[in-house]
Structures are given as C-alpha cells and as structure tokens.
Design a protein. Sequence first.
Length: 200
Amino acid sequence: MKTIIPFKKEILFNNPIEEITSISMDHHLTHNGYEITGDFLIEGEYDCGNHKTDTFHFAIPYLGYLEDHYNVEKVELEVDDFYYEIIDGNKLSIHIDILADKLTEKPLLEKEEEIPVRKEEKEEVVEERKEEKEETSLETILSTSLEEMFTTYKVYIVRETDTLSSILEKYQITEEELRKYNVINELSIGDKLIIPNEQS
C-alpha cells in the first residue's frame, strides 16, 4: 500500500527571478516510527535580469508524520513528484510529493470477549432486568394522565359573522392554543379550524 504526503515551501531570493535556468533536488529522509525527518537540498541557477545569472543552494528541513492506522515497519520513502513556480518575481514556491511505500493497514480491533458468567448469575440478572422493565412500564402508564391519553378535536367551519375573538370566546381557548393546531393568518368563510377539546 502507498500514500502520498504533500510538502510545500516558499523560498525568498535576494535578487529578482527572471527565469530558473537549471534546478535539481536531492533529499535525505528517514523515519522513526510514524515520524519522518530529514531535509531537501535544492540548488541551481537563475537569471536575475540585465543578462546576469546567479546560483542558489538551499537546505530545507522537513518534519512530517504517517497516519497511525498503518504498520510502518517496512515503509520506504522516496520523492514521487517535484515542481516549482515563481511567485511575485522573487519567491520560489517548491512543491514536493513524498511517496511512502510498503505500508500495510493495521487490522481492526476485535470485539471484546464477553466475561463468562455462571448460569445462575445470568438468570438472576435477567430476572432483575425483567422486574425493572415491568416497574418502569407500570410507572409510565400510571404517571400518564387521562387528559394526555384522551384528547379529542372539533373541526369548526368559519361562518360569515365569525371573528377570531368570537371563536376563542365560544370555545373558551386562547389564541396560542388555537395556533398550535392551525395556521391563522386571515380567516375566510369556509375555513376549517381544528379546535382542541381536552376531556378531563
């Protein structure tokens, strides 16, 4: 299995860069477990204007990490790709793709084994859980009021003489309660309103 680790670095030159006339890159990379260290040696020649050329030589330190879901005992490191671009006339942007080869994925952790329990203990635990469940169910039923269990609704058709106030007064409910069940923007004749009618 392989993975690519990208690296980018900008190098500032003292003189303007008209053109890179030659460039080479060498590297010294090692790994210690999941940590990769080393450096990249970048050197070459460039045109700095007015028909003048100059040389450059940079040692760029590197520190990176492999993901911990890999086995890295046999990993091999090499440069997969190297390219550059000139930025703002005096910076060299270096792009390096490091290839980590001969990786293997760690196996997924197995499910934890169930701790053995004697049959008698298992039966006791099951009985306790059953009793707890029965108690909870009974408590839930008893704590639920009849009002919550039995709620009915009326459907009212708006008539010509109706207003919102008259409907609220007629059914002894608040506007907030009515809005819980209906979208009330403007009442029109023939509109159907759901009127909550809680039975105590």
